[in-house]
Ligand binder design. Structure first.
Ligand code: ATP
Length: 477
């Protein structure tokens, strides 16, 4: 499985999906750039989310709030005081770790070694210490279980301290007057502060939702596992405003809806599970993660949180503006409750890569052969079809370009005439293109082409004039 994860990372780089940021300067830790294929895939994933949230639901609308927000926002939200990770330093290697993650790694190791009782006990101890915010206990657990530094192998630890995850910068040119502002650590607050604006201008009636896709920033203590834990990442969040007392009903509904959404991308359902939180974050009264089985174990991809009226009440208090809704059905004013769904786009991207990358053995008795394919759902594939003239002569390229011109406004199409046709098919397989359109001598006579299907590798002959309809049907949502 380590090898599979390495394959994903190297395939992502080799085919233009994900590059380390500023790589010519040896990269920047936990920051990545999306390349020519990656940005297409990412856009398609955003579209899939946006359509299923905003377009399909009459009572959900989308916004695009700024990354910078008034600094009081983060006091009100609790992030200035409470958005911390417990960290511990190893005195020999001078490396810093998240105390809870060192312990979780140990739990994983116990499980791998078949010591399930020990793993369960340690999990319980960890949960208790986290629930009680007991930093001394966390350190004691690390010592009791002989947890060593992954780099130096020593047990020479400092005490556990809290570390705030928000990035800060200065707004304004004059040092004396400059105000400290934060890069948002979640997109949700941009929705809460706009609650009244959207509700009033959109004449929204509860229950209704506000959706948003945007960048978020966290100064993660340890950054690892490729695009799993980044310092700059993207979130797709929905805040769903409801009448107090109905939160559990909506929580359950969104929990089920969101898992279905993941499975609709074609993933194996055994790779997903729910993980209930023992200690929901400071703003929530119930929380569950949707976890995906990555090559390195089950990890959170999306969180569903019942946030109560915590955020709106806090903003009401700090801003002195009434965050209320008049509910005509029950003739009452109240501060709405909120159920949130929050998914990391980059983690979703990684699940899609892990779900799609396969190496297929195509060997026959005569010769050994294999291919690497990204079996994306056609709707999210970066390139929908490749147009390939069989040879570079006899007018085939002109004919191919003519066919491509009729398709490229509707679909992202690649043209490729270099190398033998088999090699070109393999290149398209590796970036997950669902269909290859081959233009050959027969095309010049009767205007038909072949379509080669990525997964079955079967070919069919169709009139070129039908391509728009056929591809449209095959790649539709
Ligand atoms: P974790 O426990 O893994 O740090 P979290 O519980 O802090 O995650 P939330 O605050 O619930 O995460 O954020 C919602 C979603 O945002 C997560 O489900 C995840 O997909 C994504 N996310 C959070 N932090 C990161 C990060 N550093 N890099 C990439 N995605 C992230």
């Amino acid at each position: 499985t380590d090898d599979f994860f390495k394959n994903i990372i190297s395939h992502a780089k080799e085919y233009g999906f994900v590059f380390p940021s500023s790589e010519i300067y040896d990269g920047l830790s936990a920051v990545y750039d999306y390349g020519q294929m990656g940005s297409e895939l990412k856009n398609n994933l955003k579209t899939y989310w946006w359509k299923s949230m905003v377009q399909l639901n009459e009572n959900i609308v989308g916004i695009d709030a700024a990354i910078f927000m008034h600094p009081t926002t983060w006091k009100a939200s609790g992030h200035v005081d409470g958005f911390n990770d417990p960290m511990i330093d190893n005195k020999d290697s001078k490396k810093r770790y998240r105390a809870d993650q060192l312990i979780e790694d140990k739990i994983d190791r116990y499980e791998k070694d078949g010591k399930t009782d020990k793993a369960a006990q340690l999990q319980k101890d960890l949960d208790e210490a986290i629930t009680a915010d007991d930093l001394v206990r966390l350190k004691a657990i690390i010592e009791e279980h002989n947890i060593v530094c992954p780099v130096s192998g020593t047990k020479n630890w400092t005490e556990v301290r809290q570390f705030n995850l928000m990035f800060a910068t200065q707004m304004g040119a004059m040092a004396e007057e400059a105000e400290k502002v934060y890069l948002r650590p979640e997109t949700a607050q941009g929705i809460f502060v706009n609650f009244l604006n959207v509700q009033k201008t959109g004449r929204m009636k509860i229950p209704f939702g506000i959706a948003q896709i945007g960048k978020a920033f966290r100064n993660e203590v340890i950054a690892r596992q490729f695009i799993m834990r980044m310092r700059e990442f993207e979130q797709m969040e929905l805040q769903f405003f409801i009448r107090p007392g109905t939160e559990m009903e909506w929580y359950e509904k969104w929990k089920a809806t969101r898992l279905k959404w993941h499975l609709a991308l074609g993933a194996d359902s055994t790779k997903y599970r729910y993980h209930d939180h023992v200690k929901p974050a400071h703003y929530a009264n119930a929380a569950v993660d949707i976890e995906y089985q990555f090559p390195f174990g089950f990890k959170e991809v999306e969180g569903i949180h019942s946030r109560t009226d915590f955020d709106l009440k806090q903003h009401q208090e700090y801003s002195k503006k009434k965050m209320q809704y008049f509910d005509p059905e029950i003739n009452q004013n109240y501060v709405p409750y909120v159920v949130e769904t929050s998914i990391g786009l980059d983690r979703l991207f990684l699940t899609v890569l892990a779900n799609s990358l396969v190496e297929e053995d195509l060997s026959t008795e005569e010769k050994k052969d294999s291919r690497v394919v990204l079996k994306f759902h056609p709707a999210i594939a970066p390139v929908k079809a490749a147009v390939l003239p069989l040879t570079k002569k006899d007018g085939l390229p002109d004919k191919a370009r003519e066919i491509m011109a009729k398709l490229k406004l509707d679909f992202n199409i690649q043209y490729d005439e270099k190398d033998a046709i088999g090699k070109r098919y393999r290149r398209q397989d590796a970036i997950g293109t669902p269909f290859c359109i081959t233009v050959d001598y027969q095309t010049l006579e009767d205007d038909t082409v072949t379509i080669r299907h990525r997964d079955s590798m079967e070919q069919e002959r169709v009139p070129a004039t039908d391509l728009r309809r056929i591809i449209g049907e095959l790649v539709s949502w």
